[in-house]
Design a protein around this ligand. Structure first.
Ligand SMILES: Nc1ncnc2c1ncn2[C@@H]1O[C@H](COP(=O)(O)OP(=O)(O)O)[C@@H](O)[C@H]1O
Ligand SMILES: [Mg+2]
Length: 332
C-alpha cells in the first residue's frame, strides 16, 4: 500500500492488507480512516457485550451450583428420614433430574468457553490497533517554555538564522514550515540543545524530547524494556507494563531495538517518551512520518493527541498535520 496520504485521498477505492486479510474500502483515504475508526468502535462495543455475556453465564453457573448444593444437603436430610422401600424411587428420580441438570451445565459451560474465545479474539483485534498513553503530570498552567532572542546561527560561512525570535508556551502546538534547506532542522536542534547559537539567547524550561525522522532516540543494542526503563528512569519491572500497553508482550519486549520494524520502533520510542507519567513538556518532531506506513502514522497521530504537552513539529504530511490540532504555523 502506498504511504502518501495526499495521493491516497485522490483514490476512490483502497485495499488494506492486515494480518493476511485483504479488505476493500470503497472511498478515499479520509473515508478509509473514518471506516477504520467505525470498525474499531464496533469491535469495542462487541467486546463490551461479550464481557457482559460472560458475566451473565458465570452468574448462571454460580447460581446453579448453589441450588445443587442446597438440594444435595436437603436430600441428605430426607434420606435419613426415609424407609428402605421408598429410597429406590427417590434415587431414580434424583438420577433423572441430575442427568438433565448435567446436560444444562455442559451447555452453559460450552457457551461460556465460546464467549471467552470470542472475547479473546476481539481483545486481540483491539490491542492490535490502539495504544493508551497514561495521563501526564504536565502542569496545566500557562507558562513560557521556549524563548529565542536575536538568534544567529551559521555553519562556518553558511548563515542559516539571523536575528531570529521565537517563543512557545505550555501545551502549544506549533508547526514549523519552510522550503528544503530553510533551516528547520537546524532550529529544532538549537532548541533541543544539540547545537549552540553563534550569538543571541535561547532559553528553555522543562523536559524536551527530540524525535528525528530516523527515530534514533533509543539504544539499538538494548531491549525494548531496557530502553523504556533507562529513558524514563524507572525499574525494568514497571517498564514491562508500559511495554505491554504499547504492544510489546512477553518475548517481544526483550527484542533488541536494532531488530525492530519501522512500526515497532515507533511504538517503542513512544513508549519510552510518552509511556510514563514523566512525559516531556515539549516534544520536538522532525518529519516523523517520513519512514512510517499509514498504520504507524495513525498510531503516532493518536499518541500525540493523547499527549497534552507542547509540540513543535516539521512535517509535509498534510493529512497527518490535519489530525493534530495545530495552534500556529511559523514559516522560516
Ligand atoms: N552540518 C552542516 N554543515 C554545513 N551546512 C549544513 C549542515 N547542516 C545543514 N546545513 C545547511 O544548512 C541549511 C539548513 O539546513 P537544515 O536546517 O537541514 O534545513 P531544513 O531542515 O529546513 O531542510 C541548508 O542549506 C543545509 O545545506
Ligand atoms: Mg530538515
Amino acid at each position: 500500500m502506498s504511504h502518501d496520504r495526499e495521493l491516497l485521498n485522490q483514490m476512490d477505492m483502497l485495499l488494506e492488507l492486515h494480518n493476511g486479510k485483504l479488505s476493500v474500502f470503497g472511498g478515499n483515504y479520509d473515508f478509509y480512516v473514518d471506516q477504520k475508526r467505525q470498525i474499531q468502535a464496533s469491535i469495542e462495543s462487541k467486546y463490551t457485550d461479550a464481557q457482559k455475556e460472560i458475566a451473565r453465564l458465570n452468574a448462571t453457573i454460580t447460581k446453579a451450583q448453589n441450588t445443587r448444593q442446597h438440594h444435595e444437603s436437603k436430600q441428605q436430610k430426607d434420606k435419613a428420614n426415609k424407609s428402605a422401600g421408598s429410597k429406590i424411587a427417590v434415587n431414580a428420580l434424583k438420577g433423572k433430574s441430575q442427568e438433565t441438570e448435567a446436560k444444562r451445565r455442559k451447555l452453559i459451560q460450552a457457551k461460556l468457553s465460546k464467549q471467552l474465545e470470542y472475547s479473546a479474539e476481539l481483545s486481540a483485534e483491539l490491542r492490535n490497533d490502539t495504544i493508551k498513553i497514561p495521563l501526564s503530570n504536565i502542569k496545566v498552567y500557562d507558562k513560557e517554555i521556549v524563548r529565542l532572542e536575536n538568534v544567529y546561527f551559521s555553519y562556518g560561512e553558511k548563515s542559516v538564522l539571523s536575528d531570529f525570535n521565537f517563543t512557545m508556551r505550555t501545551g502549544e502546538r506549533v508547526r514549523l514550515c519552510g522550503n528544503n534547506g530553510a533551516g528547520k532542522t537546524t532550529l529544532l536542534k538549537l532548541i533541543s540543545g544539540v547545537l549552540w547559537p553563534s550569538s543571541g539567547n535561547i532559553k528553555t524550561s522543562g523536559n524536551i524530547a527530540y524525535l528525528n525522522q530516523d527515530l534514533s532516540l533509543l539504544n539499538l543494542d538494548k531491549s525494548v524494556v531496557e530502553n523504556i526503563a533507562e529513558y524514563a528512569g524507572i525499574l525494568q519491572h514497571n517498564a514491562h507494563a508500559i511495554a505491554a500497553s504499547f504492544g510489546f508482550r512477553g518475548d517481544a519486549s526483550k527484542k533488541k531495538v536494532s531488530v525492530l520494524s519501522g512500526g515497532e520502533l515507533l511504538k517503542a520510542t513512544l513508549a519510552a517518551v510518552l509511556g510514563t507519567e514523566k512525559q516531556p513538556d515539549l516534544l520536538i518532531l522532525d518529519e516523523p512520518t517520513n519512514n512510517l506506513d499509514i498504520k504507524s502514522t495513525l498510531i503516532l497521530e493518536d499518541a500525540l493527541n493523547q499527549y497534552s504537552g507542547a509540540i513543535l513539529i516539521v512535517s509535509h504530511d498534510e493529512a497527518f498535520i490535519k489530525g493534530l490540532q495545530i495552534d500556529s504555523e511559523v514559516i522560516l
